[in-house]
Design a protein around this ligand. Structure first.
Ligand SMILES: [Zn+2]
Length: 171
């Protein structure tokens, strides 16, 4: 069994709000054997992301949790699946809820940023999308999505600060 610290090191988890619970188990999902780890993500939020109210006393309270899965690069023989119990918060000021955030993934994404970086690295080496998806245990459409996300970033990067727009003149 790994210690929580060594696993965090292996996965490159720099998120102190994420605490691994229990030991790793092996589970076969769609004929792939994953090393599954359970974790809890929680912290005291400083403010509400909806109305920007600062947390003072009991205006922002814990409000259940949601289970999410995050896929990591393999460490050893099996790909790693992190099953995270994410804390949900409720803001009494605006009566809205929000989820605990982690730097491991983008919002609403189950592929860790670590895997995305690795996929981008492979795309630069002109490997086929089929091979990349197989090696990272994700679908081809996921690889395509990662590819498109880099294109958007590049495009944004190369946009001139001032756009020349042709406005019809005269008359
Ligand atoms: Zn609020």
């Amino acid at each position: 069994m790994f210690s929580s610290n060594s696993i965090s090191n292996i996965l490159g988890i720099g998120d102190k709000n994420l605490v691994l619970t229990g030991k790793e188990i092996f589970e076969t999902i769609k004929s792939v054997k994953y090393c599954v780890l359970n974790a809890i993500l929680t912290y005291e939020p400083s403010h509400c992301p909806h109305c920007n109210s600062n947390k003072e006393g009991h205006n922002i309270v814990k409000n259940g949790s949601q289970m999410v899965k995050i896929i990591f690069n393999r460490a050893g023989n099996n790909p790693i699946l992190l099953r995270v119990k994410k804390q949900r918060f409720y803001c009494k000021s605006c009566k809205k809820t929000f989820m605990a955030k982690t730097s491991l993934t983008s919002k609403g994404c189950f592929i860790s940023n670590d895997v995305k970086r690795s996929i981008i690295g492979d795309l630069c080496e002109f490997k086929s999308i089929k091979l990349i998806s197989k090696e990272h245990y994700v679908s081809s459409s996921t690889v395509n999505r990662v590819l498109r996300s880099t294109e958007v970033t590049n495009r944004k990067h190369h946009l001139p600060e001032v756009l020349g727009i042709d406005v019809p003149t005269g008359h």
